[in-house]
Ligand binder design. Structure first.
Ligand code: PLP
Length: 286
């Protein structure tokens, strides 16, 4: 696995950054995970655009243009063997504000640290896809800029850990007002009376690339709305599903020990996942 670190290609085991890197010390850093299908980067343009949006919002000036970064992703793929590209789950990109003597405030002329490398595939077994997953809800403790894909992920990490400890597959955040925002690493959708709802893309959620594609694909056939919904609506939903780059579209059959859709992945969730898979099949042949 050949990684890219600040202008150099090195074996992953030898890839290092400074202990004074602000990404390491402060989480002053942004990232993307881009899925590889058949060794090809899926929705590359959208991920690079989101990375630029994140950079802009944390006032990080990139020396790269979007085209240059895209070109760099291709170089990382080319440095790795075809078999490794095909087996990899995705490409990880992280950009930190750079290394500097420790201080909360930063100088705007720092050289950002840019790293990229291939992540191993996290295969979701077909039984899990068919049977669905479980989730618990936890208080939303994040800030008002969840649209920035930052490495400052402690609330997500602790909630995800708690979910795992309690035997659930995902943790879902619920605000003090009782509204559902998103999962620790996924967006949440509910189906209610043939209406499909997901939280609007504002500062309370990450605007998932998968979420966006699902909204597009589902719009032809279903009544989809970007509208907040409550924990009560989540519990009482006909169907619940989560979306993310690695998970694609995954049915949720239980939330906080409450069964959803008689404990089975619902028909609309299945149909939407089918639409998503068709889109991917088409992408692979492009
Ligand atoms: N929400 C959060 C908090 C995430 O970390 C992620 C991805 O990891 C998502 C949503 C889904 O985003 P995407 O579909 O772009 O992978």
């Amino acid at each position: 696995n050949i990684a890219y670190v600040n202008g150099e290609f090195v074996a992953l085991e030898e890839a290092t950054v400074s202990i004074e890197d602000r990404g390491f010390q402060f989480g002053d850093s942004i990232y993307e995970i881009i899925k590889l299908y058949n060794g090809k980067l899926f929705k590359l343009e959208d991920h690079i655009q989101r990375l630029f949006n994140s950079a802009h919002q944390i006032r990080l000036d990139l020396d790269y243009s979007k085209e240059e970064l895209k070109e760099l992703t291709q170089q990382v793929l080319e440095k790795n063997k075809n078999s490794e590209r095909k087996e990899a789950g995705g490409l990880y990109i992280q950009i930190t504000r750079g290394a500097a003597p420790r201080s909360h405030s930063f100088s705007s002329d720092l050289e950002p640290t840019v790293i990229m490398y291939l992540l191993p595939a996290k295969k979701i077994e077909s039984e899990i896809r068919e049977e669905g997953v479980t989730a618990i809800t936890m208080p939303e403790q994040r800030w008002q800029h969840c649209n920035i894909k930052t490495n400052n992920l402690l609330p997500n990490i602790l909630t995800s850990h708690r979910a795992k400890k309690e035997g659930a597959d995902e943790g879902i955040f619920v605000t003090e007002e009782g509204m559902v925002t998103e999962g620790t690493s996924s967006n949440v959708f509910i189906v209610n009376n043939d209406k499909i709802l997901t939280h609007p893309a504002d500062g309370e959620i990450l605007p998932g690339i998968t979420r966006e594609l699902v909204l597009e694909l589902a719009a032809d056939k279903f009544n989809v709305q970007e509208k907040k919904f409550s924990l009560k609506e989540l519990y009482q939903a006909d169907e619940v599903f989560i979306t993310s780059t690695p998970k694609e579209v995954l049915g949720v059959i239980e939330v906080d020990d409450k069964q959803i859709a008689q404990g089975e992945v619902g028909p609309i969730t299945k149909e939407i996942h089918k639409l998503y898979q068709n889109y991917i099949e088409e992408f692979k042949t492009r």
